[in-house]
Design a protein around this ligand. Structure first.
Ligand code: ATP
Length: 371
């Protein structure tokens, strides 16, 4: 196992017209499960392929521990990669698929046998060793691909959207299994996904990418609770964070966020944080789950709150949760997520309780977080 360090890593295509990866600095700790998260085309796969040695960087360095591997061929890196498409060989049995990387490394037969059985047991496919991939389900095929990846006991395990081809239920089950397996093996793992739930549930840390750049790196709860930009704030969380344009106003000792048709008074300690923005327009953000509706459900842990008056515009009853869309003035719709079934009617008046310890304020121009 090793620490992986990316130093100002860049990959440009088409004579520099496409900046797929644009100056990424990132250290993945020894034994860590790091998730690279971002929308399609943000450069996740290209980053992973450079770590694997399948793509040569335009500039920058890749270190495995104190070894510079930037230009080392894949076979000399002791990495394994698992792809979305499984990439198991159809003409080989499960046993031979898993044994393949060991055969290439010319391991003795008995050792191959021992290791194949070890990996197959870990992935719970010990019963399937004589089958061919065509005789397996998608989930089982992906288990074979993961077994083949870990059988060589790689320094670094690279996974590129490995669960995307599985149905929703299986994906949830495999998520937990891969995470448990990684915890057991303690192999440094870099896992690419555009699925924020996968990232939140699997990663020790999440690295959020957009347009070839890293925007934020941190433990899941930190990225969720303290997003550093509008992009990160809205990419993580469902339904996404409510964003409203407001003007920061000073009233005596405290601050009020004034929007079109609504106001949010803030306690005095916000004055210091927003002092530079008095009379300026900023973006106010609040997650749907950090609000409640008076008389409907309580947020007992809420210490400081503000009230927004609204009219119920639409209700999404999800069974486990209810998403209430409320018009808080001038057509501004805010989504509130409440646990369970909420018996509210469209058109009824509601008082929305905003948890002031979970609000966000972003600079309108830079889109970076102020609070
Ligand atoms: P996805 O989730 O859709 O796989 P991604 O985040 O993994 O996306 P990449 O595959 O790394 O994104 O691609 C990043 C950018 O680089 C995209 O704009 C893509 O079109 C471009 N790109 C990738 N490979 C090449 C290539 N070989 N030649 C030209 N452009 C490329």
């Amino acid at each position: 196992m090793v620490e992986v360090r990316l130093e100002n890593l860049k990959k440009y295509f088409d004579n520099g017209r496409v900046k797929a990866v644009d100056g990424v600095n990132l250290t993945i700790k020894d034994g860590e499960f790091l998730v690279l998260l971002g929308p399609s085309g943000c450069g996740k796969t290209t980053t992973l392929r450079m770590i694997a040695g399948l793509e040569t960087p335009t500039s920058g360095r890749i270190w495995f521990g104190d070894k510079d591997v930037t230009y080392l061929p894949p076979k000399d890196r002791n990495i394994s990669m698992v792809f979305q498409s499984y990439a198991v060989w159809p003409h080989m049995t499960v046993y031979d698929n898993i044994a393949f990387p060991l055969k290439i490394k010319k391991y003795p037969k008995e050792e191959i046998d021992k290791k194949v059985k070890w990996a197959a047991e870990l992935l719970q496919i010990g019963e399937l060793l004589d089958r061919y991939p065509a005789q397996l389900s998608g989930g089982q095929r992906q288990r074979v691909a993961v077994a083949r990846a870990i059988v060589v006991e790689p320094n670094v395990l690279l996974m590129d959207e490995p669960l995307s081809n599985l149905d929703a239920k299986l994906r949830v089950a495999m998520r937990a299994e891969i995470k448990k397996l990684q915890t057991k093996l303690k192999v440094t793992t870099i896992y690419v996904t555009h699925d924020q739930v996968e990232a939140m549930t699997m990663g020790d840390r999440i690295a959020v990418m957009n347009r070839g750049k890293l925007l934020q790196v941190g433990p899941p709860t930190e990225v969720y609770l303290k997003p550093n930009s509008i992009f990160v704030a809205t990419f993580i969380g469902a339904p996404e964070m409510n964003l409203l344009e407001v003007t920061v106003k000073e009233t005596g000792d405290s601050i009020v966020l004034e929007g079109e048709g609504f106001e949010i008074p803030l306690p005095s300690d916000f004055k210091e944080l927003l002092g530079k923005y008095i009379d300026k327009t900023v973006i106010f953000g609040i997650r749907p789950e950090h609000m409640t509706i008076e008389g409907v459900s309580s947020l007992e842990h809420v210490k400081r709150s503000a009230i927004l008056e609204g009219i119920v515009d639409f209700i999404e009853a999800l069974g486990t949760d209810t998403i209430v869309h409320a018009n808080i003035g001038s057509g501004n719709i805010i989504k509130v997520k409440l646990p369970g079934h909420i018996p509210l009617e469209v058109g009824s008046k509601v008082k929305i309780v905003v948890d002031l310890d979970n609000i966000h304020v972003f600079d309108k121009n830079t889109e970076k977080a102020i609070i």
